[in-house]
Design a protein around this ligand. Structure first.
Ligand SMILES: Cc1cc2nc3c(=O)[nH]c(=O)nc-3n(C[C@H](O)[C@H](O)[C@H](O)COP(=O)(O)OP(=O)(O)OC[C@H]3O[C@@H](n4cnc5c(N)ncnc54)[C@H](O)[C@@H]3O)c2cc1C
Length: 434
């Protein structure tokens, strides 16, 4: 089955088309093959080229490089994610390990944009974990205790303050964290493609269908040709399972999002001219919603078990309708029909929220499964898996590997059944926040 990205995402459609697109047209052999050209694969390629400037490095993507989840996410480069009630020292230490990885992720993206002078609308605006439901106060208070112990600057805000900052009176309470960046994910992913070093060969629209190991070579079959490689790094995140990788430890989820056209001056004034902001939900199935730098509203309020290879136009239209309603609920005075684009993207999740960073066989490596927070972590894991695969050492690898690994998941059909039931339950719990 071929991966088909819908081509309707404003983050991607608002920049110029690439002119240097090459696909696999003959059999190739190389020292290094990277599968998947999102943040993880592109970052792995950049690091490998630095470590092995004379070796042949190929990176392939089933679609256009950087146009999967990496170019179409919500753009939160996070320093913290919500934890609702960790109290024991063990849990605190686990949470610290997670945030240590986030910090490394922010640093690696920051270094990249500094080195290559990338404009990706980087804004150190912080973020809000917000809710309209007073019942969520306890969750925020517990979260605040955790953040306090780890010295993350934050404060709890009430309805009136929130209305001034966000331009909506929908939310009753929020916890604001000062750390965390908002950015334009399409521009960041595109910059990673455009700055690939010369000794990296990028092949777009080239989907790996099958792979096998034959003594010290790995044979990779594409539609009409094959690539024979010495070492391989899989960076396909939401598509790890479709290549038979870590099957019982991660699963794909499909997310959909919509973005409005820029608000007119009158519309923007009518909501109090708020500065750029980002809200994350307190309940897992609640809406992520952003006011962008160019005064658009972005909303993501679905996460579901869906065929990861393709979402039909009618399925997307249905989800777009939910997003229209989500915007209307928060901004009742804005016109109903201001959505410019809607799109879907695939992420990978594990049961315990841990990521995958592993050598799975000699010369075979996998990095992925960022549980919806892959801008920084994906960029970091790509770079570090390249170091690990080169048999080198780094402090970052130690930090990454000190975290527990993903835990085992039941096989199909029990997995899908369990997931669907859980998602329905979470959606009901979050119904006021969608
Ligand atoms: C709507 C949405 C909102 C999100 N919001 C955020 C957010 O605000 N903050 C955040 O940190 N993260 C967010 N994420 C998650 C984030 O986008 C991902 O974690 C991140 O992009 C992972 O990067 P990656 O390179 O590992 O994977 P991807 O970007 O998914 O790249 C994997 C690539 O592998 C390719 N591929 C798959 N199978 C094959 C194959 N067989 N052969 C060749 N190529 C293949 C795909 O085409 C794809 O381009 C969001 C995701 C979505 C979809």
């Amino acid at each position: 089955m071929n991966i088909v990205n819908d081509n309707t995402c404003s983050w991607l459609n608002n920049h110029s088309k690439r002119s240097n697109i090459k696909t696999l047209e003959k059999d190739e052999s190389c020292e290094w093959l990277i599968v998947g050209a999102g943040y993880t694969g592109l970052s792995a390629a950049r690091k490998l080229s630095e470590i092995h400037p004379k070796q042949k490095i190929i990176i392939v993507d089933a679609q256009l490089a950087g146009e999967g989840a990496s170019g179409r996410n919500s753009g939160y480069l996070v320093d913290t994610t919500l934890n609702d009630g960790f109290t024991s020292n063990k849990d605190l230490s686990n949470y610290k390990k997670k945030t240590d990885i986030y910090k490394l992720g922010i640093d690696v993206v920051k270094n990249f944009i500094k080195e290559h002078q990338v404009d990706c609308e980087w804004n150190k605006s912080g973020k809000y974990f917000a809710s309209s439901n007073q019942k969520d106060r306890k969750v925020l208070e517990n979260f605040s205790k955790t953040l306090l112990k780890l010295n993350f600057e934050h404060n709890i805000l009430e309805k009136d303050d929130l209305e001034k900052k966000l331009g909506t009176n929908f939310y009753n309470l929020a916890l604001y964290t000062k750390g965390g960046i908002l950015l334009n994910p399409g521009k960041l992913a595109r910059a990673m493609v455009d700055t690939l070093p010369d000794n990296v060969v990028l092949l777009d629209n080239s989907q790996l269908n099958e792979w096998s190991k034959n003594s010290d070579r790995i044979i990779c079959k594409f539609n009409n040709n094959k690539i024979t490689t010495k070492k391989i790094i899989f960076c396909t995140n939401g598509f790890l399972k479709s290549l038979g990788l870590k099957n019982n430890y991660n699963f794909p989820l499909t997310l959909t999002a919509s973005m409005t056209r820029p608000l007119t001056d009158t519309e923007y004034k009518s909501i109090g001219e708020p500065k750029e902001w980002g809200v994350l939900p307190i309940r897992p199935m609640g809406a992520t919603i952003r006011m962008t730098k160019d005064k658009r509203i972005l909303i993501r309020n679905t996460a579901e078990v869906h065929n990861p290879f393709k979402m039909s136009k009618s399925d997307l239209d249905n989800r777009s309708l939910k997003q229209k309603l989500g915007i209307k609920k928060r901004f009742p005075n804005l016109p109903y029909d201001i959505i410019e684009s809607s799109w879907s993207g695939v992420v990978s999740r594990s049961r315990n929220g841990s990521q995958i960073f592993e050598k799975i066989d000699s010369n075979i490596y996998v990095a992925g499964c960022y549980n919806g927070s892959g801008i920084g972590v994906g960029t970091l894991f790509g770079e570090q898996i390249a170091i690990k695969a080169s048999n080198e050492y780094s402090k970052e690898i130690e930090t990454i590997e000190s975290r527990s690994k993903p835990t085992w998941l039941p096989p199909q059909p029990f997995l899908d059944l369990g997931l669907k039931t859980r998602l329905i339950y979470e959606r009901i719990r979050a119904r006021s926040e969608i």
